[in-house]
Design a protein around this ligand. Structure first.
Ligand SMILES: [Zn+2]
Length: 380
């Protein structure tokens, strides 16, 4: 018999993927031209198969199509059920205004939620909100997107400029704790957008959130990537052991700078159990930096997996990360997230799931634009 717990335990979720765009098709996304034309971004577009024509007129749509394909393929091959996609708020000043210059990346909450709410992709996407805590409407906005089904909140403090120790964060933390919505927060170095305050990459800046009962997921688990980055891995491990509400993610672990940390985490007792799978899509994963463990033949086979989302799962599994890393998201994301977004619910299971969820007194709300659960409830 299928129970929600049984289903949730088997559901593999990638809790760290990015949407992006330049505003084509009215998405309101933004990438600064200097960033957009940089070698790094051009390489990323090439890796994703985004053509020059897409680049000029329909980048946002082409990007989303590639992500849809990557998740659909990964799901069809049994590697992964769904991804958590991130919004990315603007940089705000100390005075609570959007910073006039230096904005590099903006992915509106509205766009992320609209992508996740498409009926055709039901069960594949879950949205994470992004609201800068210095905004005067920070609390209302955070509440609004939680209401619409945010499974997590995402911050990038060392680039977006929020200091989690600032007192303006306190009401936001209290709301997240009350609603049991986790905060996924970037830690250590960052190489996609500019870092303005490197000290905010230290997981210890999240102590006020942890102490107020917020579930915090330290993205990248404090690991160093670039040659000149700080490593905050020891600080992360100490917090993960001390706080039941402190987790980490494995995002970008299959990249040249981070692959080496996987073996280290496998030796860190009491920490590997606190890791959650995240890819950092569109960052391309590679097996080449684990040749010593995998051997040339296996590495080549893994690198030929065309879906970057699937490849990331398979490389990490081949390197020995335990099953719990891939299947623990349901324990950490906002309660009822998988049910709300139809994740891990087979057509034949829907009725059973809804009945059991209700019996346990959990809230299962139908999807706003209609979908599996609504159809199921109408059919009850
Ligand atoms: Zn990321």
């Amino acid at each position: 018999m299928n129970t929600p717990e049984k289903n949730a335990a088997a559901v593999v979720v990638d809790i760290h993927t990015h949407l992006a765009g330049v505003g084509h098709g009215g998405t309101n996304c933004f990438i600064a031209p200097a960033k957009f034309n940089s070698l790094f971004f051009r390489l990323m577009c090439w890796q994703l198969g985004i053509t020059a024509a897409d680049h000029a007129r329909r980048l946002d749509q082409a990007y989303l199509e590639r992500l849809d394909w990557a998740i659909t393929t990964a799901a069809a091959n049994g590697a992964l059920a769904a991804v958590v996609v991130f919004a990315h708020d603007r940089i705000y000043t100390e005075a609570g205004e959007p910073q006039a210059t230096g904005q590099e990346l903006f992915v509106p909450n509205e766009y992320v939620f609209a992508c996740a709410e498409r009926d055709a992709m039901r069960g594949k996407y879950m949205p994470a909100l992004s609201v800068h805590p210095y905004r005067r409407d920070a609390l209302d906005e955070t509440a609004r997107w939680i209401e619409r089904g945010a499974v997590a909140m995402k911050w990038l403090p060392n680039s977006q400029g929020m200091d989690p120790r600032d007192k303006r964060c306190v009401p936001v933390f209290d709301l997240l704790a009350a609603k049991k919505v986790p905060l996924i927060v970037h830690t250590a170095g960052e190489h996609t957008v500019n870092v303005t305050r490197p000290e905010l990459g230290n997981p210890e800046v999240m102590l006020p959130a942890l102490d107020r009962g917020v579930t915090v997921v330290m993205a990248h688990s404090g690991t160093k990537s670039g040659l000149f980055d700080n490593s905050f891995l020891p600080q992360f491990c100490a917090l993960a052991r001390k706080y039941p509400n402190c987790w980490g993610d494995t995002s970008a672990f299959c990249t040249p700078g981070r692959t080496r940390w996987i073996a280290r985490f496998l030796r860190e007792e009491g920490v590997v159990e606190k890791l959650l799978h995240g890819s950092d899509y569109p960052v391309p994963p590679t097996a080449w930096f684990a040749l010593g463990t995998l051997g040339w033949k296996k590495a080549r086979e893994l690198n030929r997996i065309p879906s970057l989302l699937e490849r990331d799962v398979r490389v990490k599994r081949a390197l020995g990360l335990p099953d719990s890393v891939f299947t623990s998201a349901a324990k950490v994301l906002a309660p009822g997230s998988l049910q709300r977004w139809g994740v891990g619910i087979d057509e034949g299971d829907k009725v059973g799931n809804v009945v059991l969820e209700r019996a346990e007194g959990q809230t299962v709300e139908p999807h706003s634009s209609g979908g599996g659960l609504r159809k199921t409830q109408e059919g009850l």
